[in-house]
Design a protein around this ligand. Sequence first.
Ligand code: PMP
Length: 342
Amino acid sequence: MTDTPSRHIVDGLVGAIGNTPLIRLRGLSEETGCEILGKAEFLNPGGSVKDRAALAIIRDAEARGTLRPGGTIVEGTAGNTGIGLALVGRALGYRSVIVLPRTQSQEKKDAIRLAGAKLVEVDAVPYKDPGNYVHYSGRLAAELAKTEPNGAIWANQFDNTANRDGHYRTTGPEIWDQTGGRIDGFTCAVGTGGTLAGIAMALKERDPKVQIALTDPLGASLYNWYAHGELKAEGSSITEGIGQGRVTKNLEGMPLDWAQQATDEEALTILFRLAKEEGLLLGGSTGINLAGAVKMAQRLGPGHTIVTILADHGSRYQSKLYNPEFLREKGLPLPDWLETAA
Ligand code: PMP
């Protein structure tokens, strides 16, 4: 008998975004008695979950007619959205200008430049300061809209709900299909809130019993907001891309069952175990997500299926969380194997 192979070809970089595998994490599943599954968003072509938001925002702006052929996309980002926008922009014929707080990892800055974007570094100051990267990028977009021959748009990932809609249309339904609808809980951290809100909406619509939890790093106010109705933050985190101080438009109306917190120590301990025992080298926000999945498993009890996001790859943070010197300086956990590997 001869096989008739079917063709599975996607169209360019844009076609390769999404449809990521859902990985069973052996160690965490054994330890909790739950099935802990990670959506492998680090396998997107730009290396993170933010490729989805970038594509969704660009497609939305095209459909509205605000983004014209050869136009410029301007955005303020912790890095990954910038990489996604720059790559998708290149694939579709747009220029991009990315505004980034200086404190973000060198690897992300290099990736943004390599993706062809103009990089503008600004001081890391709070959201209420007009110099904050989000406001800076909004002003820059307004200026460039007047001077660029093909116009410019502000992606505005925090308050542009095209971001959340992208996850509502793709990531959420993918998780539902991949688990065959057998999913008891979903949790992840929040940067813009697009990932959590979009997935929460898609899952709750299919089964209102699916529990949704926000997992915040220390230093983010949302935990206190959802748990105690107060936007206040204590502590700080070395994680990048997460930890939100306000309810963004993407978070408005999100169905949520509870909010919880995880520390950098908890996150790093899980990340280092996953790297050593399962060969999965992942970024800091993923550590918070996984610590959150474990907390959710403890709360729901054994026998449940819990999904979270593997947001980006560890190679994006080699100079930070996989760097013994950095970890020692911050007084963070440093496993022996990393000391000898680095
Ligand atoms: N993890 C990483 C590594 C990120 O870059 C981001 C986005 N800033 C997030 C998590 C959070 O995703 P979202 O913006 O959809 O809340």
